[in-house]
Design a protein around this ligand. Structure first.
Ligand SMILES: Cc1cc2nc3c(=O)[nH]c(=O)nc-3n(C[C@H](O)[C@H](O)[C@H](O)COP(=O)(O)O)c2cc1C
Length: 414
């Protein structure tokens, strides 16, 4: 990558501060200029000398040393992008509260948010999910900061959970994505997720059990790899953790209309259609008092019988390829509830029958009920690849895009 940008890396007092060394090395290898802010607590975890040597630049530490009296203003003017890597709960909450104590806080307050400001949280899971931290992250997102997702895994405190600092490689991909038009690897991706809700009356709906979690996780993972992701998900679904762009729908009609509108925008390279779209919408409702319009005020619960007539919805998946310009790679999802491999295979290949689908991701309820994520990715040429996490599925989707082929390239299973 040839573009050289000016980047401020702020290192705060997390046990993960040592990862800033690799992060800075990677930025330097990519030709960027780096200046470092190190908080006093950060220095307890990583030496100023290491950061200075790696960044080949002085490390900024407090507002009162004569050579850096105006550093909180000047660093912001100098840089093209700032990233707090790692960001402690203390600084995240301090930023959101407008605290001005110390160089990093005042640097944040004086920052020109027309430039990207990235925050990579690193902390114990309970610190991350503390209402104060959650509220601060939400505030920072609203103010235009880019929140990098943290990862799940074993934490320094010995616990397992969320809050691990994003790896240096992934954080660099995020930095690159901010200068996106210059990154040839960045692709435009549309992901649909969640389940439709058809309104019966003012308080009742017809829906399904989709949570939207898989779609949100894929969106996070692809966003993390630097792609430009739009997640179109149900209003009631699990939302992504990172600042992926989200649009929402409620009913079949709404998602169909939104897709039609999106088809008019810039072409997508990949469409992952993971939404669980109801096969039927409500056509009419018959009560002993006569027919009522769906969606109107609450029906009486005194009736002995109510008939709801359903009407078949058109299938969205086979139409995507024609609807969207630019020949996007189209990936459909098939959830089965049978342990019979033969039935599962039939269900997968039925999705290819109508054409317009490049890949099908299959998973089965038996695995989901056991809390296991097993996916089988099948190409329309019949090649298959087993993937045992949403992360590895996302990685394969990203690789498919970057290799620009519509084929599963390796680890094929018969
Ligand atoms: C061993 C140790 C590890 C810590 N790790 C973290 C951490 O990963 N994330 C965090 O938010 N705070 C962590 N803390 C607490 C912060 O260091 C503390 O809140 C500090 O005041 C943060 O300072 P700063 O935000 O000014 O850098 C840790 C503290 C200790 C003693």
């Amino acid at each position: 990558m040839s573009l050289s940008k000016k980047i401020v890396v702020a290192v705060s007092g997390s046990i993960a501060a040592y990862k800033a060394c690799d992060f800075i090395s990677l930025l330097k290898k990519r030709g960027h200029q780096v200046r470092v802010i190190l908080t006093p607590s950060g220095e307890k975890f990583i030496s100023k000398t290491s950061l200075q040597a790696l960044s080949q630049s002085p490390v900024y530490q407090d507002d009162f040393s004569p050579e850096s009296l105006m550093a909180h203003i000047e660093l912001g003017q100098w840089c093209d992008l700032a990233i707090v890597y790692p960001a402690t709960a203390n600084h995240i909450n301090g930023f959101a509260a407008g605290i001005g104590e110390g160089l990093l806080h005042s640097f944040f307050l004086a920052f020109d948010f027309k430039k990207p400001f990235l925050i990579a949280p690193a902390m114990n899971t309970r610190m991350l999910f503390h209402p104060a931290t959650l509220r601060s992250l939400e505030t920072l997102k609203q103010w235009g900061c880019h929140l990098l997702p943290s990862e799940e895994g074993s934490l320094a405190c010995g616990e397992v959970g969320e809050g691990r600092l994003l790896t240096p490689e992934k954080a660099v991909a995020f930095v690159d994505s901010q200068f996106s038009d210059e990154s040839p690897l960045q692709k435009r991706i549309l992901i649909t997720a969640g389940g439709t809700r058809e309104t019966i009356d003012g308080v009742r709906t017809l829906t399904n059990m989709s949570t939207g979690k898989t779609g949100a996780e894929i969106a996070d993972a692809l966003h993390e790899r630097g792609h430009k992701v739009l997640l179109l998900t149900s209003k009631y679904a699990v939302m992504p953790k990172s600042d992926v762009k989200v649009d929402t729908y409620e009913s079949f009609r709404e998602i169909r209309n939104t897709l039609r509108a999106l088809a008019q925008s810039k072409p997508f390279d990949l469409i992952v259609h993971a939404a669980a779209i109801s096969d039927y919408s409500i056509a009419s409702i018959e009560t002993p008092d006569g027919e009522v319009q769906p969606g109107l005020e609450k029906m009486s619960s005194e009736h002995d019988n109510i008939s709801i007539r359903l009407t078949r919805n058109e299938k969205i998946l086979p139409k995507l390829k024609d609807l969207f310009s630019g020949d996007p790679v189209v990936v459909g999802f098939k959830l089965t509830s049978t342990e019979s491999k033969e039935e599962q295979a039939k269900a997968i290949f039925r999705l290819f029958d109508k054409g317009g689908v490049d890949y099908v991701v299959h998973n089965d309820m038996t695995d989901i009920n056991k809390g296991v994520r097993n996916y089988l990715l099948t190409s329309n040429a019949g090649e298959q690849k087993k993937l045992n996490s949403t992360e590895s599925l996302s990685e394969t989707l990203s690789e498919l895009l970057n290799s620009k082929t519509h084929e599963v390239s390796h680890d094929l299973v018969p």
